[in-house]
Design a protein around this ligand. Structure first.
Ligand code: AMP
Ligand code: MG
Length: 332
C-alpha cells in the first residue's frame, strides 16, 4: 500500500480530494459555464479556484519546488474575465476566508513556472469540456523528478461514483472513493487481454483532440470489434489502469498535426497506467520525456495500453504512418 503519511504523497492526495470536492460544488451551481482562452479552449471558475488553492498549499509547503500548471491570471484581463475572477474569489474564500483578488492571482501565477529538476504539475480541471457537459473530468497532480513522474494523483468525481486514483513509483496504483474516511484503497491492475479483436479502446470524447478516420483505420487493421469508448480527461487512464479498457490512443488531429501534449495532461495518468502494470509511449513507441519543458516536444501523441497489446498497436500505427493517403478522403 502507498505510504499516505509521506509528506508529499499525503499533501498531493489531500489537495486533489479538496479540489475534486470543490469542483463538484462549483459544477452544481454553474450558471456562466466557461470563458474562451486565446487558443479558444474553455476555462471555468473551477479551473482557476482549484489552481489557486492547490498552488497556495504547494507554495507554502514546498516554496522551492516549481509548479507548472495550466491556467494563468492573464485570462482575467477582460470584462468577462473580471466577472469570473469575482466568482473565483468567492469560492476560494470559502476555504481561505478573506482571500483577496490580489492573493488569488498571485497563487494562480505561482503555477506559471518552468519545469525544473524537481517540479509539480497540475491540471486543475482536465477535460474542461467534459466538466461543462457534466460528464467526465479529472483533477490531475503529479510530482516529476529528473524527468520521471514519481507521484501521480487523479481525482475523478464522476468516474464509477467518485474515484481517487493514486500512483507512486514502485508502490503501485491504488483507488479509493473520493473523501472516503475509511481510506479503503484497492490496488489496480491492468487487464490481461491479449487479443486485439476483443480490445476495449479508449479515445478522447472531442473529435478535435484525435484523428477520427485514422482511428477507424487502426480499428480495422487490429480487427477490433467494439466501437472505441469516448471519454474526456485522464479518467481514461484510470479506466485503463483498472482493467476496464485495454488500449488508449491519443492520435494527432488532422487540424493540428504538430500538436504536442502538455505535461499536466499526461504526467499523473502515465504513472497511474505504468504502476498498474501497463505501458505508455508515444505513437512511435518512444517513452514520454518529461524533462524537456511544458510540452512533450520530443514525443508525438500517446499510446497507452495494458502492455500485452502495445506491440500490436505500435505495428498498426507504423503501417498507418507509412500510408497516410489512404485516409485523406475521409478527413473530417
Ligand atoms: P481529452 O479529454 O482526451 O480530450 O484531453 C483533454 C486535453 O486535451 C485538454 O486538457 C487539452 O489540453 C488537450 N488538447 C487540446 N487540444 C488538443 C489537440 N488538438 N490534441 C490533443 N489534445 C488536445
Ligand atoms: Mg487538460
Amino acid at each position: 500500500m502507498i505510504d499516505l503519511t509521506h509528506p508529499e504523497i499525503g499533501l498531493a492526495v489531500k489537495m486533489v480530494e479538496q479540489a475534486s470536492h470543490l469542483a463538484k460544488q462549483i459544477q452544481k451551481g454553474m450558471v456562466v459555464p466557461a470563458l474562451a482562452k486565446e487558443d479558444s479552449s474553455p476555462v471555468t471558475v473551477a479551473d482557476f479556484a482549484i489552481q489557486a488553492l492547490v498552488a497556495r498549499s504547494l507554495a507554502e509547503a514546498y516554496p522551492e519546488v516549481p509548479l507548472v500548471a495550466e491556467e494563468s491570471s492573464d485570462s482575467f484581463g477582460t470584462q468577462e474575465g473580471q466577472t469570473i475572477l469575482e466568482q473565483v474569489i468567492q469560492w476560494v474564500g470559502r476555504i481561505v476566508p478573506g482571500a483577496t483578488g490580489k492573493e488569488v492571482c498571485r497563487w494562480i501565477d505561482h503555477g506559471a513556472q518552468q519545469p525544473g529538476r524537481r517540479f509539480w504539475t497540475l491540471d486543475p480541471i482536465d477535460g474542461t469540456k467534459g466538466f461543462v457537459r457534466k460528464d467526465q473530468y479529472a483533477v490531475a497532480l503529479a510530482l516529476v523528478v529528473e524527468g520521471k513522474v514519481q507521484i501521480g494523483v487523479l481525482g475523478c468525481p464522476n468516474l464509477d461514483g467518485s474515484s481517487l486514483v493514486v500512483a507512486v513509483r514502485d508502490q503501485g496504483c491504488w483507488k479509493a472513493r473520493l473523501l472516503d474516511e475509511a481510506r479503503n484503497f484497492q490496488q489496480l491492475q491492468v487487464s490481461e487481454q491479449d487479443d486485439p479483436s476483443q480490445a476495449r479502446v479508449l479515445r478522447s470524447f472531442e473529435s478535435g483532440h484525435t484523428h477520427v478516420s485514422q482511428m477507424d483505420e487502426l480499428m480495422t487493421s487490429l480487427g477490433v470489434q467494439a466501437e472505441p469508448v469516448r471519454m474526456d480527461s485522464q479518467a481514461k487512464y484510470a479506466l485503463l489502469a483498472e482493467g476496464k479498457g485495454d488500449l488508449l490512443f491519443r492520435l494527432l488531429s488532422p487540424r493540428q498535426p504538430d500538436y504536442r501534449e502538455r505535461i499536466w495532461d499526461q504526467a499523473a495518468g502515465t504513472l497511474v497506467v505504468e504502476e498498474a502494470g501497463g505501458n505508455v509511449t508515444d505513437l512511435d513507441g518512444k517513452p514520454l520525456d518529461f524533462s524537456v519543458g511544458k510540452m512533450l516536444v520530443a514525443n508525438r501523441g500517446v499510446l497507452a495500453s495494458n502492455g500485452r497489446l502495445h506491440q500490436a498497436a505500435l505495428e498498426v500505427l507504423g503501417a498507418s504512418k507509412m500510408n497516410p493517403e489512404s485516409r485523406i478522403q475521409n478527413e473530417e
